[in-house]
Design a protein around this ligand. Sequence first.
Ligand SMILES: C[S@@+](CC[C@H](N)C(=O)[O-])C[C@H]1O[C@@H](n2cnc3c(N)ncnc32)[C@H](O)[C@@H]1O
Length: 275
Amino acid sequence: MNALHQYISSAMSSSVLYKCTHQRSFIFLNIKNQTAVSKLFSTSRCHQKIIPKNLKGMKKSSQMWLKRQLNDPYVEKAKMEHLRCRSAFKLLEIEDKHKLFKPGDIVIDCGAAPGSWSQVAVERVNATRTDLNSPQGVVISIDLDYIAPLVGANILDKSDFTHENTQNEVLHILDGRKADIVLSDMAPKASGVKFMDHDLIIGLCFSVLKFSVGVLKEGGIVLCKLWQGSDQTKLEGVMENMFNKTRVIKPPASRSQSAEVFLLGQGFRGIKQPN
Ligand SMILES: C[S@@+](CC[C@H](N)C(=O)[O-])C[C@H]1O[C@@H](n2cnc3c(N)ncnc32)[C@H](O)[C@@H]1O
């Protein structure tokens, strides 16, 4: 854990949470500094800004990141709802609007660490059979990084999705079944050079589409993240050929300053057999 993470953890653990009568609103009091850091927590309102102290020695970019994290209602909300990170809300907002999951679905989650999208998928597809009257789904979670165990998910961590071995492991878990949904929140390590980072993420998106052609059910769904740039239209064009409907989505939880958008393809047309 680096200094920045320790700072945030201690800032958050020194806060006491009081639940208000209003279901979605909370008041946080920071008792460590005895400063009245009182906030009304909803994802749309933030009444008083938290101004972090002791930032000396931190890089400007780290200071900005810390300020943003401490004042981000989605970060707080993720903590309260035991979600592994704020990204969960991007998927939940897309799910609310476009209805991706149903119980019994098979989901492949690429770039799954730390695991918040997989948490959402496990719950929505009934992967732990919490609802005995609905079919049980399957979630396969893949990442280069470590993913902490998650009940209901088949974890392939420390694995590069673009490698043949990893894709074979996914096929092994599928055991001849086809997937309903392929998700990709994969993000390469950003260099800061926009066009290069765009190229890298586009490469990941194409590897997701290529893999999906072989594993998706007819009618299936792909949701993949990209950073906008010159090849977006090319990617959209490929998706328009593969799916009945393709959309570009910027969910409210995705920061407006970020170049991130999501491409959603619904209604996989399947592979046309040559005559
Ligand atoms: C934004 S995070 C994903 C957050 C995740 N959706 C969640 O909700 O917890 C992006 C992840 O993509 C992973 N990633 C990037 N390239 C990858 C690759 N080639 N194969 C597998 N994972 C990759 C990174 O390791 C990183 O954990």
